[in-house]
Design a protein around this ligand. Sequence first.
Ligand code: GGG
Length: 326
Amino acid sequence: MTHEIAIIPGDGIGQEVTPAAIDVLDELDIDFDFVYGDAGDETKAETGEALPEETAAIAADADATLFGAAGETAADVILPLRSVVGSFANIRPARAYPALDGLQPETDLVFVRENTEGVYSGIENEITEGVRTLTRVITEDASEQIAEYGFQYAKRNGYDDVTIAHKANVMQETDGLFVEVAERVAEERGAEYDTTLMDALAMHLVMHPEDYGVVICPNLAGDMLSDLAAGLVGGLGLLPSANVGEENALFEPVHGSAPDIAGEGVANPTAMILSAAMMLDHLEYTEPAAQVRVAVESVLENGPHTPDLGGDATTEEMTAAIVDNL
Ligand code: GGG
């Protein structure tokens, strides 16, 4: 069976780490048909559109999409792409690797981030000169869907600790609804859970990440807390993610386009390759997904490493070592 995979490298280091994931997938005994699409800052400069219709169509028609990184046009690229694949959940695992000198070696967290609304609603306005507004949308349906997914994910993957993150003491209507619905879902399932204010959670995650497992959170909180967690385990170069829908899905590293190192060929390919491993799981290639993770872990243990991990290897050298380990 051939799987059609949309490949959208996007901006900056997305152009460098996406080929790394393809090198790894090419090494597996699976029939993939890669279909390429353009999107991002350069595409906008060239065509006037950050996400051309044909690129969105490629993602809609594919069995899954691999996306690299978004730059200045993130709101016009990654948000609509998530919508095109019908994604309602953004899964962002952040785990420490024993071989790396991360700040918090006990970290094993998974953020289950609501992926369609909150302050990413796109409803922004200029009311009058110097006054701009943003509408934060929280719906019962989306809150229920993300809570259901979060509790199912925790059960399926053996996480005992589930935390519902919110800021309902201030955003009383919106996060009031989010936490009320998530608690109702937990109680209907008979599941154990905690609720925590997201600002306090940020501090506790830094000090005691080992106390947490799955964190179910509204959109912006998930975006920010997962970057914080990346800092606990060795940096953004390590964190993959899955944007999951009912049928389709899109996989991307948590990092963005990293303009400070783009073009130098030294971006860490780990996050992108682990995103491809999440895609393999989604396509039910559990064994190859595990093989890819083992190969990545071996290189994280033995090198070579890119500069973000203290080494001097290029993206291509680190990728070649991972491929050799498959
Ligand atoms: N590959 C992730 C990426 O491009 N991130 C840029 C960004 O700002 N993303 C916003 C988001 O994840 O919601």
